[in-house]
Write a protein that binds this ligand. Sequence first.
Ligand code: ADP
Ligand code: MG
Ligand code: ZN
Length: 476
Amino acid sequence: MAFEPVIGLEVHAQLKTKTKIFCGCSTQFGKLPNANTCPVCTGMPGVLPVLNQQAVTFAIKAGLATDCTIAQESRFDRKNYFYPDLPKGYQITQYAAPIAEHGHLDIETEERGQKTIGITRIHMEEDAGKLIHDPIQAKSMVDLNRTGIPLIEIVSEPDIRTAKEAGAYLRKLHAILKYIEVCDGNMEEGSFRCDANISLRPVGQAQFGTRAELKNLNSFKNVEKAINYEIQRQTFCLEEGKPVIQETRLWDPSKNKTTSMRGKEEAHDYRYFPDPDLVPLIVDEQWIQSVKQTMPELPAQKQARFIEQFGLSAYDATLLTASIDLANYFEETIKGLTDIKLAANWTMTTLLGLLNTQGIDITRSPVTATAFSTLLQLLEKGSINANAAKTVFEMMVKSGKEPGVIVKEMGLEQVSNPSELEEIVNKIIQDNPDEADAYRQGKTKLFSFFMGQVMKKTRGKADPKIVTPLIKAKLV
Ligand code: ADP
Ligand code: MG
Ligand code: ZN
């Protein structure tokens, strides 16, 4: 029997507010344990939460950017459970009445082209703290700096069918949250985390099967790997006639497998009820309008503009707008350039190639957009040719020097003086009479031989745009 995977994702994104969601403590990452705490976020008795307005504004912005309907009235509930990183004994979260619902997000899939993934809801909640286990001293410690940091949880419809689609959805969502500047998207620091729900059903069956929930997925690659593993595991279960158990499973990236963590709890286990310390959250039309006014160009709009304004292909435009940092880098690069396609090619192959092999993000590129632009200007003006430009780029990465300085130091200026080049071409034809004759008799493949000789003579610095017509003219 063939099975079809059904996948729904829950993403927790930390909002980039300066202070926590219900108190004035700093949200700064990397502080000494418990430095960012107060009686409110450490759950002392008798304290009262005060909602952070900026957090609400960010949540509205995320809702609008994913085409959600913003609720005029939403509410905060208490989700009750015990864990040492949750001193209050409950998490304040929007459960019954979330701030945003019924959105969607479009992804590109290899198999089926564009596909729309529904967004069930976006709700606001507070983060929990962190336990640090010290196996040497055989003790555990708690750091409450993260307690009370504002989160939005973005819950997708179970519309996803493959690991690749899940990856595409997450990358797109990540890109959007960074574009609208509500989340820094740092996955290593846990600012953007994902749980994946997976079930299988026989192909053709409408009803969903029993799902497992995967936790601890801290990179796009791990999400895809974990989902593929889980599809395989559940397929084996069902083929052997064993039921899939509804449970929470942990992904172990070092072993490339998931293991059972605990049985999945049901909503009623949490005894949700409205938090009596917080009034309902009212968002009026004016608030929504003011957020709309701060909405920047979103990926799809930027992509359309890159096609329209710069004449780029849809493929190039999609790639160059995949992250706001890359798009900004590219727009900075093309200042002062006329050949945008050239800049696009160099950005996508040479620059991204380098970042890929070094495994670094565009924001940490060893070559700044300004320096990259200067290099491409030298190429565009014909001061250096493409080969030399590659050499200069490599030197820029190694030495951090200005492209102009490298060109001078390495003597890479292109030879584009026509009379100088004509003399060289003449000499080469003279020195190679057999090849010249063969060319004249129709062996035009020998063109590259002559070009090669010119490049050899000029140590790769001849301007091919001038040499090409010269060779052709001399060999008729
Ligand atoms: P929780 O996991 O907290 O109980 P929900 O019930 O809201 O939360 O579901 C979480 C996610 O699980 C959603 O993204 C939803 O699309 C997905 N989901 C629900 N049922 C299934 C299923 N049978 N198979 C796969 N995903 C599912
Ligand atoms: Mg869940
Ligand atoms: Zn606090």
